[in-house]
Design a protein around this ligand. Structure first.
Ligand code: EPZ
Length: 422
């Protein structure tokens, strides 16, 4: 195990290249098992969740080869011998995205019911209701969910909640179904749009991604795609933006899509952060003092829940009272206890966190409880007086490639050491 050691107080300065989007890469990698020929993906982040997803698609027969730093060549399976094994599926909630591709391409899918995780119960009822609507038989047995159907049939499906995963699973399943599928009240995140454009590169007929209604005309089979670059990671970008604001720094982010950052760029501007936009870059700096703001997490294009913990860390040292309402997950305030150990003054009442900005945080030992909580503690450590040690860094490495190297490039005093080392 490793821990991060951060000596706070250095303003971040310089340029940083943002990597490919984790949540687009995971969905697109799972979709490759539907392809009929070789696929080459680019801008794939070399992070632990991607490594697990690659093992998952290999477990059903795909051949995968990294080419250089961030390209992956995949030869999809012609048939499947095995279903994804439990020891892999349980490591990654997004293993549930294998269901749609396996069911629609091979007529069956079986994955362990992904357990809840630190941020919530995370049921899959909307996924199963959609698969059943497409004609699949769904059964639960010994903690595994099984779906089978010789040939899915297009249908009209309304999602009770615009679930990202359910939208992705059902959009993939509909690609090889018989006839037309209409998905209503779907998620509109940029990662949904990226998955749809990848599926269309394979020869699928997906229309409307990014709006409330997605229409899919089923096709008999899909081909390959010899070059597909995945979109940049808007949450990695947002995390660095918050870190720059927290340390009163001045950084330039490269390889981003500014539109995807709009929801939290607007909130950072409201707090007093200067953001100057370029073609595919953004400059973030702080000239004056920041002010308290209120945030409500919502499905895209609302404020993203994946940026909530990082903003909480920033606002914990902004004078005044800030409110954060978490509307997406029922248990995504776990970072509060760790921030309070660093001197933050935060009270949680149900889905609302009340943050009294304190004059500053002090470094101490803290532990990451989930991916974005870990990122929030990095932000807190960068601005705290003294030294912060963060354990359970495996959570952070799930979603951030070489975060300590990138921060060191920007002037942070941060190192990753083996836990137990002095
Ligand atoms: C995706 O998770 C992301 N993960 C999450 O990012 C992100 O926080 C989330 O979308 C919301 O934007 C990936 O893309 C791999 P949901 P997902 O289905 O698909 C409820 C990160 O840090 N729900 O939109 O699991 C659910 O319980 C991760 O990168 C049902 O009730 O999210 C939750 O309260 C964390 N029934 C809400 O919807 C269902 O069948 C949103 O979940 C499905 C979901």
């Amino acid at each position: 195990m490793h821990k991060l050691i951060i000596k706070g107080g250095s303003p971040l300065k310089g340029k940083i290249k943002i990597g490919g989007a984790k949540n687009a890469a995971l969905a697109i990698l799972s979709a490759t098992v539907m392809a009929g020929d070789v696929v080459l993906l680019e801008n794939i982040p070399d992070i632990n969740d991607v490594k697990v997803m690659i093992k998952l698609i290999e477990s059903v027969g795909a051949e995968v080869e990294w080419q250089g730093e961030d390209a992956v060549r995949i030869t999809p399976p012609d048939a499947i011998a095995e279903m994804p094994p439990y020891h892999l599926s349980k490591q990654l909630r997004a293993s549930n995205l294998m269901m749609g591709p396996l069911l629609t391409r091979f007529g069956k899918a079986e994955i362990p019911l992904p357990g809840g995780c630190n941020i919530g119960v995370r049921p899959m009822d909307l996924h199963f209701k959609g698969f059943a609507g497409l004609g699949a038989e769904i059964s639960l047995d010994k903690g595994c969910v099984r779906a089978h159907c010789r040939k899915l049939r297009g249908a009209r499906i309304y999602l009770d909640f615009p679930s990202v995963g359910a939208t992705e699973n059902l959009m993939m399943a509909a690609c090889l179904a018989q006839g037309q599928t209409v998905l209503e009240n779907v998620a509109k995140e940029p990662e949904i749009v990226d998955l749809a454009s990848f599926l269309n590169c394979l020869g699928a007929k997906v229309r409307g991604a990014g709006t409330d209604v997605i229409k899919v005309a089923g096709v008999r089979s899909l081909g390959g795609c010899l070059r597909y670059p995945v979109i940049p990671d808007r949450i990695e970008a947002g995390t660095f933006m918050v870190a720059a604001a927290a340390t009163k720094g001045d950084i330039q982010l490269e390889n981003i899509i500014p539109l995807h950052l709009e929801p939290f760029r607007a909130k950072l501007r409201e707090a007093g952060v200067d953001i100057i936009e370029g073609e595919d870059c953004l400059r973030v700096k702080v000239s004056g003092s920041l002010k308290a703001i209120d945030i409500k997490t919502l499905p895209y294009p609302g404020f993203p829940t994946d940026m909530q913990s990082q903003m909480m860390a920033l606002l914990s040292t902004v004078s005044g009272t800030s409110l954060i309402t978490e509307n997406i997950f029922e248990n995504r305030f776990q970072v509060v206890d760790e921030l309070k150990r660093m001197g933050a003054k935060i009270k949680v009442e149900g889905r609302i966190a009340i943050i009294e900005g304190s004059e500053g945080l002090y470094g101490t030992q803290v532990k990451a409880t989930d991916l974005r909580a870990g990122a929030a503690l990095v932000v807190a450590g960068l601005m705290a007086r003294g030294t912060t040690e963060i354990t359970n860094t495996n959570y952070i490495l799930r979603g951030y490639h070489e975060i300590e190297k990138k921060l060191r490039q920007l002037g942070a005093d941060i190192t990753m050491v083996k836990n137990g080392a002095s």
